[in-house]
Write a protein that binds this ligand. Sequence first.
Ligand code: SF4
Length: 226
Amino acid sequence: MRIAEVFHSIQGEGEFSGTPSVFVRTTGCNLRCWFCDTPYTSWQPEGPRRDWRDVLREVLQFESPHVVLTGGEPLLQPEIVPLSEALRQAGRVVTIETAGTVFLPVAADLMSISPKLSNSMPREASRWRDRHERDRLRPDVVARLIAAAPHQLKFVIDAPADLDEVVEYVRGVPQIAADRVWLMPQGVTAADLASRTEWLAPAAQQLGFRLSPRRHIELFGHTRGT
Ligand code: SF4
């Protein structure tokens, strides 16, 4: 499997926000969001190929009970299946962070799905822009993922108009309960997040969704390995 980095930090988003965790960041993504905060896994993918057993050994050196398998898109890598199973057998609590466009039969304690809204489109016309638009929404895949594990859905919100898209999306996948939906402000600085949170917090409350912080950005800024 291709790995960008393995590091210990604090989960910044969603249900386990604030929880110390080991992160395994795979490299490679089938999408190209303009706001991608890990371009070294998508636009300019970096990182060596490693055997999943070697990655397992590295993760188990940390004592943290929580492990996050993230990307890029971790579900593009078949070795994530034996890795996630081995981590759970070792007693680790496994979160998988995915955009929900590809399915693999992975073992997870939390399937954290972040479908990409139209606000994620690459801004300049390109082969990637067309591919991104074609592939970014797969409600059929999301339905399979949420049937397989406890789950949460996280949506990156850039502007108030994005909220209608979230409501429409959730309506189209009736298995999604409103209290499993988290709205997160788009931004790569604490100031960006704070200004969007001002209007996003009351909107989330009104819609019955949850508001997610992005603690890693608040604490560490836009820094690799955090
Ligand atoms: S899906 Fe995630 S990793 Fe892929 S381009 Fe979008 S933000 Fe980056």
